[in-house]
Design a protein around this ligand. Structure first.
Ligand code: S3P
Length: 432
């Protein structure tokens, strides 16, 4: 076994204050949109997760200068513009890198090749190949999977109806549209995270957003971006592991500071409302156009079951593994529906979660687009769990270990570094 951790039965509670590390989605966008401002800007509080470092390295290999002035603060200098990269562009495990950067490189006059790790190489790319090709990008792929070879150049605007509610697809098209002729309009049935739109408005792009009979739309025109410094708030998808741990480990009380609370990411808090969890939102503020706040979460007995489906799914798509853990502790029937795209994440999360939960003795039924969990029974199984290089599974299984009566082994635990390298240190700092 390459790397793994062995957990022991936990007899304590979680208590204390923590600062949640920076948001992954915002970090990718600060780097990518920042590279388009043709000047020097400061990016404060950048995620040091491997996914965002992949994006940073690709930009550096393409002529953009970047220098850390402290642990998480970076000066990005795009004043000399891009140049043709001399190497393959390695996106590692990061779907956001390959999809958003495909939009960027479609609009640049170079030939590039994107590669990735075993997990990323299995993920579908047709969702971006189709719209970017319609805009004029030439893309070769391995049957709509990586590696992707992109020959970019002059693009024309399109109107595109995205069949998957995906912020990555929407963002790839909008980024390409910043350098396309005419207007580029993207429609989606349900609103996915809108960080790209907010940041583009903040940086002065020509962009409008709205809703009509065809769905939610965003429209951009060719724009140059203003050089403004960007500050990143903490990642609610990382906070979700601690929020859930606080809600289910008896006697816990955790203050999670500086969490991004963009309404398109608030699905988990809507679930917490439904189940009657004990939490408070404190100290709201705005950073670079995005709202953030502190979240105080306390353990509560007898949480109520939940059902999630439809419009809420994009608002909590990355939180479904940890919400499954939450469901396993709740007396009654919890249902996750309309979440078929979970099969296209870092692992097929419907299948991998079902397999792991069955090994743990949790009553779970796999469905094509989700699962049903009848929770509330004691978890009392000594098991070895595979993470399939999926960071969110690794962290979800760790949270289960806090309520499992028996020790567990979690394989490839280092994959937590994809989004949340500080996970183990932070959780250890509040174990009492
Ligand atoms: C992301 C969008 C989501 C999410 C991913 C990050 C983004 O993917 O799962 O972790 O930063 O745009 P989809 O938009 O493809 O669902």
């Amino acid at each position: 076994m390459d790397n793994f951790i062995k957990t022991e039965k936990f007899r304590g509670c979680l208590s204390g204050a923590i600062i949640i590390p920076p948001d992954k989605s915002l970090s990718h966008r600060c780097l990518i949109l920042g590279s388009l401002v043709k000047d020097k800007i400061k990016i404060s509080n950048l995620s040091l997760g491997e996914d965002c470092i992949s994006t940073l390295n690709i930009l550096k290999n393409s002529g953009i200068k970047a220098e850390f002035i402290s642990k998480r603060d970076l000066i990005l200098d795009s004043s000399k513009g891009f140049c043709e990269p001399k190497c393959e562009l390695d996106c590692g495990n990061s779907g956001t890198s390959v999809r958003l950067l495909s939009g960027l490189f479609s609009s640049l006059p170079y030939k590039v090749k994107f590669i990735g790790d075993k997990s990323l190489s299995k993920r579908p790319m047709k969702r971006i190949i189709e719209p970017l090709s319609l805009m004029g990008s030439k893309i070769n792929s391995n049957e709509n999977k990586l590696p992707l070879e992109i020959t970019g150049g002059s693009l024309k605007g399109i109107t595109y109806y995205s069949s998957v509610p995906s912020a990555q697809v929407k963002s790839a098209i909008l980024i390409a549209g910043l350098n396309a002729s005419g207007t580029t309009r993207v429609y989606e049935k349900f609103l996915s995270r809108n960080h790209t739109e907010i940041m583009l408005k903040y940086l002065g792009a020509s962009i409008i957003t709205g809703h009509d009979e065809k769905g939610y739309f965003t429209e951009v025109k060719k724009s140059s971006l203003m050089p403004k410094n960007l500050e990143i708030s903490g990642d609610i998808s990382s906070a979700a592991f601690l929020m859930t741990a606080g809600a289910i480990v008896p006697n816990s009380k955790i203050l999670i500071k500086n969490v991004n609370i963009n309404p398109t990411r608030m699905g988990i808090l809507k679930v917490f409302d439904k189940i009657g969890a004990d939490y408070e939102i404190l100290n709201k503020k705005t950073l670079s156009g995005e709202e953030s706040a502190d979240i105080l979460i306390k353990y509560k007995k007898d949480l109520k079951p939940f059902k999630i489906e439809g419009e809420i799914i994009p608002e909590l798509i990355d939180e479904i593994p940890i919400l499954a853990v939450l469901a396993s502790t709740i007396n009654g029937r919890c249902v996750v529906k309309d979440a078929g795209d979970l099969r296209n994440k870092e692992s097929d999360r419907i299948k991998t979660i079902t397999e792991a939960f069955k090994m743990l003795g949790i009553d779970i039924e796999e469905k094509p687009d989700g699962f049903i969990i009848n929770g509330g029974k004691e978890i009392n199984k000594e098991v070895t769990l595979e993470t399939h290089l999926d960071h969110r599974l690794a962290m979800s299984y760790y949270i289960i270990s806090l309520i499992n009566e028996k020790p567990m082994i979690i394989k490839d635990f280092n994959c937590t570094k994809t989004s949340f390298p500080e996970f183990s240190d932070i959780i250890n700092s509040i174990k009492k």
